[in-house]
Write a protein that binds this ligand. Structure first.
Ligand SMILES: Cc1ncc(COP(=O)(O)O)c(C=O)c1O
Length: 388
């Protein structure tokens, strides 16, 4: 029998971490102590009070049945209260909050609700790969908006041709940004709302990293801007804020009609997030946020060690005000892949080639602050011994 996969799988870009994983395995097999600054997965454990609540909730048989499709009312209420406290944004928990099985799930399903074959979506590049892949899975075409240093890694909306803008169904933006670590301020979000209104484009703001701000910086929500709720939604996640990547809990908030479309897709695909996890999510959002401040302090310390170390060898990394990524230009004309490979082969350090996030990422590597300060210091010492 011939097993023929669908064309959409043939159109997938090469898996970003495939070559790195292969090289990493090869280097580890030689007995090298590898330091991984590759994947953006927090190394710290979920805070204990959240784990305790999950344990207790899992003992309660009422959590064992199918959850509600759109999420537990109590969890959605907690999300609304958290948005009010954190951003001063009032949300109706019934219609303006949708529970997700991690924000990736919502992002990946979103285009199925709004794209017809051949429709266009505006997608940043370099970017989290799911935006473009999910658009392609739904039969849409991505029009890429370059994120470059000269434009503070914000898309230049004026550079989107008017005929493309008129055809576009939605736009993804993501601040604090993966992979560049860039942040966006109110004037940018205001321009996005104006653009969305002019061209009838839905805005999806991926806000997964708003709680990872440094030096007292507190990233804002897109929904704080007047008119944002009329044009868009925001994706959010408990993954990075509370070291809960494995738990799979996120949410989307904002425009009720847009959320209703996403909810319709979801109700035909999944059956909601495990109630015990949503109950633990309530504990995360409603408890004292000291664990979040502690998380920010730890990443800030790591960031400072890495930035100082990279500068000591003449590299000129962007200093992130938020997110846990350092976006570093490669030295002396090295391509992203060549520099990534040099760091791995000669220093045992895993980084991600910027080109893997999209062509304008060429000439950069991404380093995730997901190992201890001591390991970062060790990585810096190894880099200082290299010549490039
Ligand atoms: C920009 C961005 N959005 C969304 C996600 C997905 O996060 P989760 O599905 O764990 O909520 C990630 C994960 O790395 C990310 O980097």
């Amino acid at each position: 029998m011939t097993i023929a996969k669908a064309d959409r799988l043939k159109r997938l870009p090469p898996y970003l971490f495939k070559e790195i994983d292969r090289l990493k395995a090869e280097i580890q097999a030689k007995g090298v102590d590898v330091i991984s600054l590759g994947v953006g997965d927090p190394d710290l454990p979920t805070p204990k009070h959240i784990i305790d609540r999950l344990q207790q909730a899992a003992e309660d048989p009422s959590t064992h049945q199918y959850p509600s499709y759109s999420g537990m009312n109590d969890f959605k209420g907690s999300v609304a209260r958290w948005y009010q406290r954190r951003f001063g944004v009032a949300l109706d928990p019934d219609t303006e909050v949708l529970t997700l099985i991690g924000s990736k799930e919502g992002i990946a399903h979103f285009p199925l609700a709004f794209i017809n074959p051949g429709d266009v979506a505006l997608i940043p590049t370099p970017a989290y790969p799911v935006y473009a892949v999910a658009t392609m899975f739904a039969g849409g075409e991505s029009h890429f908006m370059d994120l470059v240093r000269d434009h503070h890694f914000l898309p230049d909306l004026g550079a989107v041709p008017a005929d493309v803008a008129r055809k576009a169904k939605f736009m993804f933006i993501n601040y604090p940004n993966n992979p560049t670590g860039a942040v966006a301020e109110r004037p940018f979000f205001e321009k996005v709302v104006e653009f969305a209104r002019s061209y009838d484009v839905i805005v999806c703001h991926d806000a997964a990293y708003t709680e990872m701000g440094f030096d007292g910086y507190r990233p804002m929500s897109f929904l704080e801007v007047p008119g944002a709720r009329e044009v868009g939604i925001e994706f959010h996640s408990l993954s990075k804020t509370y070291n809960m990547t494995g738990w799979r809990l996120g949410f989307a908030v904002g425009n009720a009609q847009i959320l209703d479309g996403l909810g319709q897709i979801k109700s035909n695909i999944d059956s909601g997030a495990f109630n015990a996890i949503q109950l633990a999510g309530i504990t995360a959002l409603e408890s004292d946020q000291d664990c979040v401040s502690e998380m920010q302090r730890i990443y800030q310390e790591r960031r400072d060690v890495l930035i100082a170390g990279l500068r000591s060898v003449g590299l000129q990394p962007e200093v992130p005000k938020a997110s846990f990524y350092v976006w570093c230009p490669t030295p002396n004309g090295y391509s992203s892949e060549d520099f990534t490979s040099l760091l791995l082969r000669q220093a045992g350090i895993v980084t991600t080639p910027g080109s893997g996030f999209g062509p304008p990422g060429e000439g950069y590597v991404r380093m995730a602050l997901t190992v201890s300060k001591d390991r970062i210091a060790e990585a810096v010492q190894r880099i200082q011994r290299l010549s490039f």
